[in-house]
Design a protein around this ligand. Structure first.
Ligand SMILES: Nc1ncnc2c1ncn2[C@@H]1O[C@H](COP(=O)(O)OP(=O)(O)OP(=O)(O)O)[C@@H](O)[C@H]1O
Length: 363
């Protein structure tokens, strides 16, 4: 009907120059509008876009701080690097750890020496530094400190992998991120990948595992095996757990070098207290030995909390001092402050903090 009304000449005649230009112009505009609309929709649908951009900025900043230049990272490596490489955690040394001398000596011999003097061990396959190290023991007793100090002393970069970085992601993303953890560690080598609460992430495989989780675990293990086959590769996985009995046996096999970081005994508690109070104002007659004896069952972290509380009593006294008080300084910590702080910690420990019992099946 409509075509009938258009003169036949108009349909069959070739288009004029201006008409072609007009048509091209309209097509270009249409193409551009379609392209930007689709791009905008894809970006709007991608829930991780903002995170990715922030991760990229953060990663670039961190890389500069740890002195890594000219290393190109993929999008996934960037997002791992942003969360994991923490240059501030590289300041912990053996000096910051008290009461774990035996563990430190063993670590120096079995992990650090083969790294630092690698030329001595080049010809031996037996004496290569282990690719997997497990630190196990009750919470707050120094596992994280040990891992950080090992990295610092061995001159390794420290990648602090929170399991949630991998497990919270969208289906498919977690596998790409797991691969990125390893490729990033290799690019940054020598490096330690530290996985705190490794049991939460690589626990006994069960039939209730989500398919994506099971696949990610299997992939993680095969990437780990990849490290083992390359003797030149200087990447170590260090895991920490309070519940070694929950770990998948395949994971335990990959971590043959194990250290039990146990609750401190009385002597260790005394050295931890000495270290914590090293730079604090403490009354000369404070008896650290007595405090150590009375803090059975306290972890290093409990002792630190207790000392902070004791110091706070002095601050409170200063703040609440009568107006007109001559004193313009905070008094040193006294034995009674420690006593009060200790009682408070004991009360909070008995009021429902999780049991400190640990299965020592690995001993
Ligand atoms: N042996 C120790 N020497 C000095 N400080 C210690 C020691 N153990 C624990 N601390 C103090 O307690 C804090 C917590 O320790 P850390 O994070 O290493 O414990 P953890 O064993 O990794 O615990 P979690 O299993 O809860 O992660 C440390 O930052 C430190 O201040």
């Amino acid at each position: 009907m409509v075509l009938k009304e258009i003169p036949a000449d108009n349909i069959t005649r070739p288009l004029g120059r201006n008409e072609v230009i007009g048509l091209l112009f309209r097509l270009t505009i249409f193409g551009a509008v379609t392209y930007f609309t689709i791009k905008w929709m894809v970006d709007a649908i991608d829930p991780t876009r903002k995170q990715k951009m922030e991760a990229q900025k953060q990663a670039e900043k961190l890389m500069k701080q740890i002195g890594v230049h000219n290393v190109k990272l993929s999008e996934y490596e960037m997002s791992i690097a942003a969360h994991l490489v923490d240059p501030l955690s590289m300041h912990i040394t053996w000096r910051d750890i008290a009461g774990l001398d035996e563990v430190i000596t063993e670590l120096k011999d079995s992990v650090i020496l083969p790294i630092q003097k690698s030329y001595l061990f080049e010809s031996s396959k037996l004496l290569q530094p282990p690719k997997g190290v497990l630190l196990y023991g009750p919470p707050g007793c120094g596992k994280t400190l040990i891992a950080k100090a090992t990295a610092k002393e061995a001159g390794f970069r420290f990648i602090n992998l929170q399991p949630s970085t991998l497990t919270d992601k969208w289906y498919g993303e977690s596998q790409k991120l797991a691969a990125a953890v390893f490729s990033l560690a290799i690019k940054l080598q020598p490096s330690i990948i530290f996985i705190d609460e490794i049991d939460s992430f690589l626990r006994n495989r069960s039939s209730t595992d989500h398919e994506a989780t099971a696949m990610m675990k299997a992939q993680f293990m095969s990437l780990w095996d990849g490290l083992d086959t390359d003797y030149k590769c200087q990447v170590i996985i260090m895991g920490a757990t309070n519940r070694p009995q929950d770990l998948d046996s395949a994971i335990l096999r990959r971590m043959p070098t194990r250290f039990h970081i146990n609750q401190p005994g009385v002597k260790q508690r005394q050295s931890i207290l000495r270290l914590i109070l090293e730079n604090e104002k403490v009354e000369a007659d404070v008896d650290l030995r007595k405090i150590a004896e009375n803090t059975e069952g306290f972890s290093g972290s409990d002792l630190k909390e207790m000392c902070r509380d004791a110091a706070l009593f002095c601050v409170r006294d200063f703040v609440h001092a009568e107006d007109g008080s001559e004193e313009d300084f905070i008094r040193p910590i006294q034995q009674t402050d420690f006593q009060k702080a200790m009682e408070k910690m004991k009360r909070s420990k008995s009021a429902g903090t999780p049991s400190m019992m640990l299965d020592t099946a690995l001993d």
